[in-house]
Design a protein around this ligand. Structure first.
Ligand code: 5GP
Length: 646
C-alpha cells in the first residue's frame, strides 16, 4: 500500500503530470435516477454492443463446454429451471388448450347445450324414477338464480385460470437459438431435426426486438442489470457528485463514493463499477485526468453507461460516527499520498472531526465539527494506523539524519570520543505512542461536580491575575486546592488550610505514586498540588482553579478529574508592553519577545490539549471571556476524550 503511494510521489516529484491514483469526478447533481423511459435506441445498440463483448468474454471462459454438455449453458439451465418453460413442464400451448377444453367463453350457451343433453338423456332412460330425477335437474338448471350463479362461477373460474402473458425471459433469444443450433448440429434424432427447422424461422428475431422494446419501456435494469446499467444524474452547480475514478488497465472504475454527494445519495454508482460511457462519450482507454476534464465541461443531465462491479457488496450496515480530536495539522495539498487531492479535508491540531466512514482503513471520510451543514460532501483524511505509520517513518528518517549529523559532529569534535551506538539514537516506536487522533465524546458536567479549570500561559500573560480575580470576586463559587509542602508550618498557619504539611519521605512517596498534578522546589522545600486536593474542591461543589505548567498537562488530563484547560495567550509585543506598564512593570524588549516566543512554543507543543484560548488584549475583556467560557460548561456539553467516560 505504501509502495503504491510512494509511486505516486515519485511521479509527481519527477515533474510529470500529477498522477494521483484517483480523480474526483466532480459533476454536481441534485437528482438522479435510472432511465425508465422512451426511445433510446442508440443506447440499446450500444448496450447490445457491450453485452456482446461481455458475452464473447464469457464464451471464451467456457469454450468447449457447450459442445459437450448442453446443460453447461447458463441460459439453457436458467430456462430449464423456469417453471413456465422448464423441460419437464407442460408447454404454454398445452396449458392454454387444457383451459379451453374446460371452459367456454359463453356460460349461457354452455347451459343451453347442457339442457339439450339432459333432454336427450331423459328420452333415452327407460324407468320413470330416473326420468323424474333428470326432470328435477332440468328444473333446477332452468331457474334464474341458478343461471346467475353459474354465470358468476364461470367468470371467476376463467379469471383464475387465465394465462397471463409472460415477460420476455431474455433479450437474446437469437443468441440462445444459435447456441442450441450448434449443439444440434450433429443430432440425428427426429425431435432434434424438427427443432432445428423451427429455430431457423424468423420468430426469434421478432421476439428479440419486442423484448428490446419492452425493456426500454419498462425498466432497463430489470432485464440487463446483470451486465450493463444506465444511470442518469442531473448536474447541479452546488451539489458535487462525490465520487472518484481510477484506472485499471484500460478501464476507468469508480474508485470511491464519498458520503454526502449525489452519487452516494442516489445509491446508483458503486465502487468497482466500470464506466463505459458518459453522455455517449466512450471512456474506456482514457486516463482519469481526461475523465475529470471531460466531466468538468459537461452540464445538465449526465448519463453513465456502466458495467456494475462484480464484487459482492457487503450488506449495508449502519455506520456509526466516530468523533475524534486531531493531534496533527493536515493539509491535503501538501500530501503526496492522498488518493484524491480535491477531496482531501484540511484540519488543524486540536480540531474535532466527525469520522463518518472507515470503509477504507487508510483514508477515512470525515467532516470538521461545525462544517456539516454548509459542506455537504465529506472529505478524505488519513486513517489512524496509516497516519501512525507515516509518523513512525518520519521519526525514523529524522532520527537517522540526526544520527548522521551527530556522527559528523563527533567526528569533527573529537576523534578520540566514543561514538554513540545507533541503537541509542533511533528506537522503535510503539504506534500507540504516536498521537494522531483521540476519540472524543460530548460531556455535560453535572451541576454538583464542576470541572476544574486549568489556566496556562507564559509568565506575564496574565493567567495568574485572572485566577486571583475570580477567587476574590466569587469565593463561594471558586476555590484553589490546598497544596502539600515539606516546609514547617508558620504560627498563623493551620494544617489543611494553607497547606498540608508533610514530611519529606511522605512527600516523596506520594510523588512516586503519581499523586501530584504538579510539584516544585523552593528554597530547599518541596511543594505540590495533589489530585486528592483538587477532588476535595470538586466534591465541595465549587470550581477548582489551577495555574499550570505545560509539564503538568499530561498528568492532569489523565487524572480522571476531567479538567477544562484554557490557554491565556499574550497580545502583540507593543500591547503587552502597555499592559505591563499599567501594572508598573517595565520589561525590556527582549523580555517581551521572550513571552511571545514562549507562548508560541507552548501552543505548538501543547495546543492540542487546550480546550479554549483567550488572547489577553485587555484584562477586562479577558476576564469576561473567561467567565463566559466557564459558564458555558453549565449550559453546553463539551468534547472530552471518550476514555474519560469509561
Ligand atoms: P511559601 O512557602 O512562602 O508559602 O511559598 C513559597 C513559594 O512556594 C511560592 O511563592 C510558590 O512559588 C511556591 N508554592 C506554593 N505553593 C505551591 C504549590 O502548590 N506548587 C508549587 N509548585 N509551588 C508552590
Amino acid at each position: 500500500m505504501i509502495m503504491s503511494h510512494m509511486n505516486g510521489y515519485v511521479q509527481e516529484a519527477s515533474g510529470q503530470a500529477i498522477s494521483h491514483r484517483e480523480r474526483a469526478v466532480d459533476c454536481p447533481g441534485d437528482d438522479s435516477g435510472l432511465i425508465k423511459s422512451p426511445h433510446c435506441s442508440a443506447h440499446m445498440e450500444r448496450i447490445q454492443h457491450y453485452q456482446e463483448e461481455l458475452k464473447k468474454r464469457r464464451e471464451e471462459d467456457s469454450r468447449g463446454k457447450h459442445d459437450i454438455d448442453p446443460n453447461a449453458s447458463l441460459r439453457l439451465k436458467k430456462l430449464a429451471q423456469n417453471p413456465k418453460v422448464g423441460i419437464d413442464n407442460p408447454t404454454f400451448e398445452g396449458k392454454e388448450k387444457a383451459t379451453k377444453d374446460t371452459f367456454s367463453q359463453d356460460p349461457v350457451a354452455d347451459m343451453v347445450e347442457l339442457l339439450q343433453a339432459l333432454k336427450w338423456a331423459k328420452h333415452c332412460l327407460a324407468d320413470a324414477q330416473s326420468q323424474e330425477d333428470v326432470e328435477l335437474i332440468m328444473q333446477l338448471l332452468a331457474k334464474e338464480d341458478f343461471k346467475n350463479a353459474y354465470t358468476i362461477y364461470s367468470a371467476v373460474s376463467e379469471q383464475m385460470t387465465r394465462v397471463i402473458p409472460t415477460s420476455p425471459l431474455t433479450s437474446q433469444a437469437e443468441d440462445l437459438c444459435q447456441e442450441v443450433q450448434k449443439i444440434l448440429q450433429s443430432s440425428q434424432h427426429k425431435e432434434g431435426l424438427e427443432l432445428k427447422v423451427l429455430l431457423t424461422k424468423p420468430h426469434l428475431q421478432a421476439h428479440d426486438s419486442v423484448a428490446g422494446q419492452e425493456m426500454e419501456e419498462d425498466n432497463l435494469t430489470q432485464y440487463i442489470g446483470e451486465t450493463v446499467k444506465l444511470v442518469r444524474l442531473e448536474k447541479a452547480r452546488d451539489t458535487p457528485l462525490g465520487a472518484t475514478v481510477r484506472n485499471d488497465m484500460d478501464s476507468v472504475l469508480v474508485s470511491r463514493v464519498v458520503k454526502g454527494g449525489a452519487a452516494e445519495k442516489s445509491g446508483l454508482l458503486s465502487e468497482g463499477d466500470e464506466i463505459l460511457e458518459i453522455n455517449g462519450v466512450s471512456i474506456r482507454g482514457k486516463h482519469v485526468n481526461e475523465v475529470h476534464d471531460l466531466l468538468q465541461q459537461m452540464q445538465g443531465t449526465l448519463t453513465f453507461l456502466l458495467i456494475p462491479s462484480s464484487q459482492i457488496k457487503p450488506a449495508p450496515h449502519r455506520q456509526t460516527v466516530m468523533h475524534v480530536r486531531a493531534y496533527f495539522d493536515y493539509d491535503p495539498s501538501d500530501d503526496p499520498f492522498v488518493p484524491c487531492r480535491e477531496l482531501g479535508l484540511s484540519f488543524q491540531k486540536g480540531d474535532i472531526l466527525h469520522v463518518i466512514s472507515q470503509d477504507d482503513p487508510n483514508w477515512w471520510q470525515a467532516y470538521r465539527d461545525g462544517d456539516e451543514d454548509n459542506q455537504p460532501l465529506a472529505g478524505l483524511i488519513p486513517g489512524k494506523s496509516f497516519q501512525q505509520q507515516r509518523e513512525t517513518l518520519k521519526k525514523t528518517i529524522t532520527d537517522r539524519s540526526r544520527e548522521h549529523q551527530g556522527r559528523l559532529w563527533y567526528a569533527k569534535k573529537s576523534k578520540r570520543q566514543k561514538k554513540k551506538s545507533p541503537s541509542t539514537l533511533s528506537r522503535d516506536f510503539d504506534y500507540d505512542d504516536i498521537l494522531t487522533y483521540e476519540e472524543m465524546s460530548l460531556y455535560h458536567q453535572p451541576a454538583n461536580r464542576k470541572r476544574p479549570i486549568g489556566l496556562i500561559g507564559p509568565t506575564n500573560s496574565g493567567h495568574d491575575e485572572l485566577r486571583r480575580r475570580l477567587l476574590s470576586i466569587e469565593p463561594e463559587k471558586f476555590a484553589v486546592a490546598v497544596p502539600h509542602t515539606t516546609r514547617n508550618s508558620r504560627i498563623h498557619e493551620r494544617n489543611g488550610r494553607e497547606y498540608h504539611f508533610v514530611s519529606r519521605p511522605a512527600f516523596d512517596t506520594d510523588l512516586a505514586a503519581g499523586k501530584f498534578i504538579e510539584s516544585g522546589e523552593y528554597e530547599k522545600n518541596f511543594y505540590g498540588t495533589s489530585t486528592d486536593s483538587v477532588r476535595h474542591v470538586i466534591n465541595s461543589g465549587r470550581i477548582c482553579l489551577l495555574c499550570l505548567h505545560t509539564r503538568s498537562l499530561q498528568v492532569f488530563r489523565s487524572s480522571n478529574l476531567k479538567p477544562y484547560v484554557i490557554f491565556i495567550a499574550p497580545p502583540s509585543q507593543e500591547r503587552l508592553r502597555t499592559l505591563l506598564a499599567a501594572e508598573g512593570k517595565t520589561p525590556k524588549p527582549e523580555e517581551l519577545k521572550e513571552v511571545i516566543e514562549k507562548a508560541r512554543e507552548m501552543e505548538h507543543n501543547f495546543g492540542h490539549f487546550f480546550d479554549a484560548t483567550i488572547v489577553n488584549m485587555d484584562p477586562e475583556q479577558a476576564f469576561h471571556e473567561l467567565r463566559r467560557l466557564i459558564d458555558k460548561l453549565d449550559t453546553e456539553p463539551q468534547w472530552v476524550p471518550t476514555s474519560w467516560l469509561c
